[in-house]
Write a protein of this length. Structure first.
Length: 159
């Protein structure tokens, strides 16, 4: 199924792009959510107008979220977790945990869907990206320590 994207869709494309997607994805998600329309000849004539409007909307959104991106860029989150002798965690640090920690630390509300990372299952330093817009993706650092350990102790044991 060929669709014309009306809005930016993460991991698919930007507004105004014509993409070939699986029938079910287009029929069950993109079309009902208003993210895309079928790529008919009439719709393709409007592609350039949609692309121009999306560019203006994207620039405005980037400007609004620039302050948040600067606050998040280089942010370091420290988690304490129970771990075995080999450094594997008994549980895991999920994007939901990271979203809650960001909200506690910065007072900005981030949804777990905006955080691009795999669940963390080992001790150490990890990175994650927060997808604010297609263009703004600040990187945050996540440090996972053993329960009862503090940052200076972790640096000494690693060194």
């Amino acid at each position: 199924m060929k669709v014309l994207l009306i809005k930016d869709v993460p991991k698919l494309g930007r507004a105004g792009d014509v993409k070939k997607v699986a029938d079910g994805y287009g029929r069950n998600y993109l079309l009902p959510q208003g993210l895309a329309v079928l790529a008919t000849p009439g719709a393709l004539k409007q592609a350039e107008r949609i692309r121009a409007q999306a560019e203006i909307r994207r620039a405005r959104l980037n400007e609004e979220l620039r302050e948040l991106a600067q606050a998040l860029q280089g942010l370091t989150l420290v988690f304490h977790a129970r771990a075995g002798e080999t450094g594997k965690l008994y549980g895991s640090i999920t994007p939901q945990d990271v979203a809650e920690a960001i909200q506690e630390k910065t007072r900005y509300e981030i949804r777990r869907q905006q955080i691009e990372m795999q669940s963390i299952r080992t001790l150490g330093e990890h990175t994650a990206h927060v997808r604010l817009t297609v263009d703004l993706m600040p990187e945050i650092k996540i440090i996972v320590l053993r329960e009862g350990e503090s940052l200076p102790e972790a640096a000494q044991s690693a060194g």
